[in-house]
Write a protein that binds this ligand. Sequence first.
Ligand code: PLP
Length: 438
Amino acid sequence: MAKADPRTAALLRRAAVHAIAYRGAITKRLQRPVQSYSEALAAWDMPTPPRGRANRAVLDELVRRADPGLHATTGPRFYGWVIGGSHPAGVAADWMTSAWGQNAGNHHAAPAAAAAETVSSRWLLDILGLPAKASVGFVTGATMANFVGLGAARAEVLRRAGWDLEANGLFGAPHVRVLLGRDAHVTVQAALQYLGFGQRQIVVVDTDAEGRMRVDAAKAALGAGKGPCILALQAGQINSGAFDPFRRIIPLARAAGAWVHIDGAFGLWAKAAPARAHLAGGVELADSWATDGHKWLQTPYDCGFAIVRDPEAHRRAVAFGASYLPPVTESERDPTHYVPELSRRARGFAAWAMLRHLGRAGVADLVERNCQLARLIAGGVAKEPGIAVVNKVVLNQVVLRFGGDVPTKIGDELTQRTIARLQQDGTCFAGGSRWRDR
Ligand SMILES: *Cc1c(COP(=O)(O)O)cnc(C)c1O
């Protein structure tokens, strides 16, 4: 190996030593940050530095300042929210990504980064059982993936109605009906708002006890109007882990001429595990999908995938040209043509490394093991007096309520106090949520 300038080499080696020490001690840390945000802010706070500092001293200072405010989300007893573990294979690739410093906007500036994206997007579609010809944008997360997928939906349903959105804009366009399940993730609504759809314009479709869209309600909503229409469905409800009945609803939507978008931030990965794939059966019939790399695939933050069946509709929504940039073509895939950014991190390297490391079988095992452990936890705690499991544990989500089988206000308070004590204790970490008004 060629020798780097000794000071650079020492700095990068030192960063590796810090990182190894952190990861090595992860099981010994409390499963919560030692500092709250306000404590962390007080500890970080200082006036604008009048002069610089040597980079090694900056690194040590960064590590010293950050440590008490770090949340051990990469540790084995972290069960909070839906947060991935930043797998070492992905972290190592991510270090290389930073060291290489590629601007992964286009394949002229960064051929390797663009190639890694192209190949890992093929693997991704294969593992998730989605159409091989679909296009994939490597975005920051499912929020932006929802934004891109719904952006493609918006332009395409308007185009089919004879309206050129790119030329004419949204003001004065034909009305687009947007149907969304009652238990959709908030980021879908956020994405719709970024795209010019106000909250009151969205038709909320009823769901069942597990948060799945009701087929009769979907049918009624689809039939209640004419013209351009977008239906957003969900693979993996954030609390219950439930899936909308794709096989029954998507054909109805197609018959009504609607574009179907799926928020599958984590749930889409059920398709990768043979014993779980049936949960997401029919999801492949949709027009666009949003999912994350930094959740179930365990890439480091951040990484999400915006997937669109029709690559042309995908590019039309987000691609742009400029005199100094290469033209938009299909054969020469440019990463920027599938995302809302030009200059961007080469997320394909870490995604490639995770898929290469795990392979199809490794992804399947990872998902299946998580689901089995969720069921084991649910089965174990359900035996304890005063604890109720309130969702059907089909995937990796377990919702618990404390204070007896019948939901009460006192039980709600006890649940909140239990969460607070559990988090304070720091042996493991779990988060609270509001589910079915409790
Ligand atoms: C996490 C999540 C999102 C948002 O994804 P980000 O990666 O945080 O942007 C959207 N939908 C569901 C169901 C999620 O779990």
